[in-house]
Design a protein around this ligand. Structure first.
Ligand code: NAD
Length: 557
């Protein structure tokens, strides 16, 4: 029978301390909220929490038996050993899915994965920091908000957004559009994925029929009422059909798992079962179909762009796969990153999140109230928390995503640590983030695309981020690379620090969280963004790289 994992709640410790127990609950939680937990798959086609069930069980036993002053080393989801370090050292360090440069290509990765030597870990699956679809919800909301400001006067009311992919990450798109007042059609081949988003409050309804979907959306557009419809279908069929009918949306994007052509993107004309059958029988024939479909899909996106729609890639390597499929103009579609998100990194803002280890939703409510009190004048904190409290249903351990900036993150975490110490909260709180942060990612087709100094492919920053976080005694530090069909396209660092109510915990939080955002701002200052240079100076960060300049790309800002 398939194993079902649910994160432990309450005040009972199974480990020898709350730091270990918190990480154990985070591991359990990524499976509780994951997309295919029976196979240890958390999100993005195949990103796993542990190499296999045997590794999972051995990680659990290691966390339960660890003494203070030991560090657990994990290599691509498999526990390797317990090492004597320091009482304050990280509890877990990991390296996931990393390959030596020349070998970091999909064929080698898939082969090593099938031989059980590595695993795809995503950026928060193998690092146990995934909190369900909420984790990407604010970033997606902010992306559509920035698009609305750029072209539609700051609102999507009366605007149609068409996108695809309603999985672990993509499932945030319908809610992000309706929170901006717009109407969304989200195409997914898998009805069950859409139904899950309807159940968890991310999508309003599911529909199998394009005509009916368009009728519902046209009415909502006329009424300027927010609506999201998950349309069961294949993007490579529906997008060209919309073009044929001359339905030109205001915004078009995509979040199918195009990054993984083997286990992710489903070719046109195939049901899930048919795709699985051909994949197993003749992978070469299957991949030919996948790339043909991605080509058709992206040609349609380019045609929407030519017809005046705002089209952008949403971080799933769709353009690179389309180029591979022979679509020469694929990169004429811009990425969401430099256009809508990068300026946030200049002030150390990024996808910060916290998880109530007690499992008690009241802990998150109390921290929400704290955020509203402390950062009431910051719309990215207060307006978002207000929206999230109303719109986001809980999945797994209670959690909150909130894009706090440099200084705010450490301040909040220290206040929360005090609330843990004094018993205002029912248990510890883990602070983490995903890869989409200032220094934590080198992905030349996403986070670091089109840097002003050309440093897109420099992978030193996430590695330095990880080293620095170990020096700051974060509780879990991981270095991971893009895997599967995206192998060789990115390197990233993940971090978790636990507010356990102790003075040592306070120091760990303060140092790690300040170091992370400082390094992130320095990365963008070093690349030449003048706002980042100014923010580094304003924050009093001890930089040694800017040489008194106002930034190499001051004019570019
Ligand atoms: P997922 O595997 O959970 O979901 C992908 C969905 O796409 C599935 O529901 C699948 O049924 C659907 N799908 C596949 N082929 C399709 C097709 N041809 N037409 C319609 N639907 C199709 O993956 P996810 O975690 O949601 O991630 C999606 C993509 O987003 C990945 O490529 C991932 O790398 C990328 N991603 C982007 C960001 C970001 O910051 N923008 C963050 C994380 C992940």
């Amino acid at each position: 029978m398939a194993r079902q994992i649910r994160a432990m709640r309450g005040a009972t410790l199974r480990c020898k301390g709350w730091r270990q127990e918190s990480l154990l609950r985070m591991l359990e939680n990524v499976l509780e909220v994951g997309e295919r937990p029976e196979d240890l798959v958390v999100y993005t086609a195949g990103a796993r929490a542990a190499r296999n069930w045997d590794s999972f069980d051995r990680i659990v036993r290691a966390l339960q038996g660890m003494e203070e002053g030991q560090t657990l080393v994990i290599q691509s989801g498999k526990p390797i050993g317990l090492f004597t370090t320091y009482a304050d050292a990280p509890i877990v360090v990991m390296a996931n899915a990393n390959l030596v440069g020349r070998w970091a290509v999909p064929e080698v990765f898939y082969d090593l994965d099938r031989r059980g030597l590595t695993m795809p870990a995503g950026f928060t699956a193998g690092g146990w920091q995934y909190i369900g679809t909420q984790g990407i919800a604010q970033g997606t909301y902010m992306t559509f908000l920035a698009a609305a400001h750029e072209k539609f006067g700051g609102t999507l009311a009366g605007r149609l957004v068409v996108t695809s992919g309603c999985g672990g990450m993509g499932g945030a798109q319908p809610l992000a559009v309706t929170l901006n007042g717009g109407v969304a059609i989200v195409i997914d081949v898998d009805r069950a994925k859409i139904e899950r988003r309807v159940r968890t409050g991310y999508c309003n309804r599911v529909c199998e029929d394009l005509d009916e979907t368009l009728r519902m959306c046209q009415k909502a557009l006329r009424d300027r009422a927010p609506l999201s419809v998950g349309l069961v279908g294949n993007a490579a069929e529906v997008m060209p059909e919309l073009l044929r009918r001359k339905v030109i949306p205001d915004i078009v994007t995509d979040q199918t798992s195009a990054s993984d052509p083997v286990d992710g993107y489903i070719p046109a004309g195939f049901s899930l079962a048919e795709a699985s059958e051909l994949r197993g029988r003749d992978l070469t024939a299957y991949l030919k179909k996948v790339f043909q479909s991605i080509g058709t899909h992206v040609e349609a996106l380019l045609a929407f762009q030519a017809a005046g729609a705002l089209v952008f890639e949403y971080g799933n390597n769709l353009r690179a796969q389309a180029k591979e499929a022979g679509v020469e103009k694929a990169f004429e579609i811009p990425s969401f990153m430099p256009r809508f998100i990068r300026p946030f990194f200049f002030e150390g803002r990024g996808p910060f999140r916290w998880i109530a280890i007690s499992g008690d939703p009241e802990d998150i409510t109390r921290i929400d109230e704290l955020v509203l009190r402390e950062f009431g004048d910051d719309p990215y904190a207060s307006q978002w928390v207000d929206l999230a409290r109303k719109a986001i249903k809980g999945e797994g351990l209670p959690a909150r995503i909130c894009w706090l900036k440099h200084g705010q993150r450490s301040r909040l975490a220290m206040l929360v640590n005090e609330m843990v110490r004094t018993g205002v909260l029912h248990g510890p709180v883990a602070f983490a983030r995903d890869n989409l942060d200032g220094a934590s990612a080198a992905l030349p087709w996403r986070e670091t695309e089109n840097m002003p100094d050309g440093s897109d492919a420099i992978a030193d920053w996430p590695l330095l981020n990880a080293l620095l976080n170990v020096a700051c005694r974060a509780d879990l530090v991981t270095i991971h690379s893009s895997a599967g069909g995206a192998a060789g396209t990115g390197v990233s660092c993940g971090t978790t620090v636990v507010a356990d109510g102790t003075p040592a915990g306070e120091l760990r939080l303060q140092r790690t969280l300040n170091a992370e955002t400082s390094l992130g701002m320095l990365r963008y200052a070093d690349a030449g963004y003048s706002e980042a240079v100014a923010n580094v100076r304003k924050a009093g960060i001890q930089e040694l790289s800017l040489g008194g300049s106002q930034g190499k790309g001051a004019a570019r800002g």
